[in-house]
Structure formats: structure tokens, C-alpha cells
Write a protein that binds this ligand. Sequence first.
Ligand SMILES: Nc1ncnc2c1ncn2[C@@H]1O[C@H](COP(=O)(O)OP(=O)(O)O)[C@@H](O)[C@H]1O
Ligand SMILES: [Mg+2]
Length: 427
Amino acid sequence: MPIKWEKSKYSPKARAFLAKPPQEFPLLTLLDGAVRSGKTLNIIQKIPQIFDSIGNDNLKVFSGYSKNTVRNNVLIELKPFIENYLGGNVKYNSASGEMDITLWGKTYPCLVVGGGDSDSVAAIQGGTWDFWYANELPQHHYNFYNMALSRLTPANARAFADSNPESSNHWLYQEKIKPYLEGDPDVRDVFEYWHFTMRDNANLSEVFVKNQEKLYKGAFKARKIDGLWIIADGLVYDTFNREKHILNALQIIEKIQKSEIKEFFLGIDWGWNYSTACLLIGVDHDGKYYVIDELYSPKIEAESVISWIDKKQKEYNRFFSFANCDNARPEQNDKLRHSTNLVIYEEKPKIEDSISLVRELINYDNLIISSLCTHTLNEFDTYRYPSETERTKSLLGGDSADLPVKVNDDCMDALRYGLYKHLTTFR
Ligand SMILES: Nc1ncnc2c1ncn2[C@@H]1O[C@H](COP(=O)(O)OP(=O)(O)O)[C@@H](O)[C@H]1O
Ligand SMILES: [Mg+2]
């Protein structure tokens, strides 16, 4: 349901942002801070005024991690706003990304592009832009970001971006936010920074804010709620709670017998000196996931995994639909493909993306681990981010990614592979 703009409420910060004349902003303006603090909708609401001020001589670009994220986060609100409230028109061709926005008698040629991949920069070479909106800027590839800035050559060109905080090693923090906060005059000439917390979104209820605050702890609370750019440390799944998230194996078997669990699939992480981990995961009719069983052992061949899968399909009297496996061992995956009835995928998800999906499941109590899965449960207790000293000692120093320490992570990887595939493809 699109926003009812006539019911909008405005905090002093939102009011100040909306009231500032477009040409008084520098080249790039970043709205960052807590989730749900109104960053995206403030920019959407400002776009008609910005377009009117810039004119329609040049191309205007909307980017996000992918074209789809721009559509889901931005166009879904921008289109009804322009059409139903301002009497304009938005024509979007999702295949080419071309978009024409007609407003107050002028047509603005726009382009929607994904900026998340290293090859996305090829899509935007050449051409002059006078407007760029980067939704979730930290999710863009660094090369895309630089290329985009270099396209904004007209004197009246303006760029706006929103972002949730990431690690303080991220290029956006290091190159723009930190120097801005330290008062660097060169950065302040071209960059403006607006920081939002949930309290700056007058449209959220007190109850909603309180509930959100309960969902996060530690570094993630600092980022998501307070909107701070800090390095993640401590446990990766720090909201995993033994009381709430473990179920006795017998109770899980009962759920299977009562057909409460509707689909079964596997996540597999291959190892040799380190263990191979194979997790059997089930999902119920409400979208709750159960880790039902685990195979965990060093120095086992694909044949052992195949016979384990056969045995478990008989034991639980259910067919398993697919396995998503570590892509480092294609020959092992081929053996599974030939000798089991499962569809075998080899899709390695980005660590940060899959961790945040798993975290979300845990936060909403939608991931339950059987008491049988002792190795998986042990890893929940130890899977962690490096401490600051470990980080400075390691060569990771310049890396902007938040990567957990790579020990005792076999079950955690298998869990990510299986859940990510199901969540992104079948849900
Ligand atoms: N002007 C507004 N009018 C009505 N609701 C709003 C407005 N701005 C924000 N909201 C509400 O707050 C939510 C979060 O806003 P959004 O801009 O998506 O936050 P962010 O981009 O900071 O995560 C929206 O889904 C909407 O429910
Ligand atoms: Mg947003």
C-alpha cells in the first residue's frame, strides 16, 4: 500500500531537509542513519522540487544494488506520489531501465541502473548526468560510485544518497563521512551529511521503535538503531538464544510426522582436514526454519554424504528437494548430482548478505535448531568477528567487509548456503 502523504508527519530534521532549496545543496548529499528513519522517503518527497530546479537538459540516474532494489525501495513510492498527488506520470521500462517522468509539463529522461557488481560500471560509461539518486549507497561498487560522480559535470548537477551504516572501514566512511565530521574543508565543499535516527521519523509509533530496539544487540544495535558506523565485533549471531531457539529432537520428529514441516533441503560445506558439514533443514507452513539433523566429519568422501542423504530420507520418510553446496568442490557436487534425487545448486552467497538473512530469521524467532545438532550449536557459541587487535594484526586492515573469523565455521557456512538459497529463491 503506497504511503498516504496527506497524513505525513514531520520531525524538525525532516522539515529542515525538505525546506532547503535544491541549489543550496553541494554536489553530493548523504542521508544516513538508523533503519526506518525516513531517509528514502525524504529524498523521494524532495525529487519533484529538485527536478524542477535542475531542468531537463541532461539524463537523471537512479541506482541501487540492482535495478530490482531500486524498484522495490524507491519506484514503488515515487510513482504513486508523482501520479496520484502531483498529477504527473512515470513510465518505466524495467528491461532497459529507461524511465520517463513527466511533471508540470516537462518530461525528464531517467535511467535506472544496478551498481552493485564490479561490471556494473560498464553500463554507465559515457554521457552527462545532472541528477543521481543512489539508494543504499554503501551497497554500490566503489568503481560505480566513482564513475557516477565523474558523470555529474553540469554546474547545477546534484546527487543524493541514502545509506544504513556499515563498518567504519567502508570507503564511504573513510573518504567522505569521517573527513566531513572532522571538518575537512575540501570534503565539505562537495559533500553534505544528514544523520537520522528513528526519532527523526515522526511517522513511526512509539511501540514500533521500542520493538525495533529489542531486535538488535551489540554492534548491530549501534548500527541499525543508533545509526553509527562501527566495526562489527563479538558473536555473529549474538541474538541466538538457547532457551528460545533450540528444540528437543523428539518434538521436531513429531512436527515432521504431523506434516507440519512441508519442505526439506540441505546446505553443504565441503572440507577435508576441516570438516564437511551437511545440514538437513526443513521449513513449516509459517516460514519457520528447522535445522533437523547434521552430518559433521573431517576426511569423508562424497559417497559418505550420499549414503547419509539416502539414510536420512528413509529415516524421516521424506524426500529432500535440493542441496545448495560450497562451489569449491565441483567434482563432489557432480557426484551428488548423479547419485541422489536432489537438485544440486552450487551458489555461494556473499557472506554479509547471507549472515544478515540468518540474523533476521533468528531475530524473529524463525530459526530453530534440533538438540541433535551439537556441532551446529557449538558453532553458534563461537562464530565471531575478529577483535580490533586481531584486525590490526591481520592483513584484513584495508578491507571494508565485515568477515567473521574463519575457524569453526563449517556448520555456519552450510547453514548460510541452505537458508540463503531457500529464502532468495523459494520463499
Ligand atoms: N513522509 C512520510 N509519510 C508517511 N510515512 C512515512 C513518511 N516517511 C517515512 N514514513 C514511514 O517510515 C517508514 C520508513 O521510511 P523510509 O524512508 O523507508 O526509511 P529508511 O530509508 O530510513 O529506512 C516508511 O515505510 C513509512 O512507513
Ligand atoms: Mg531506505
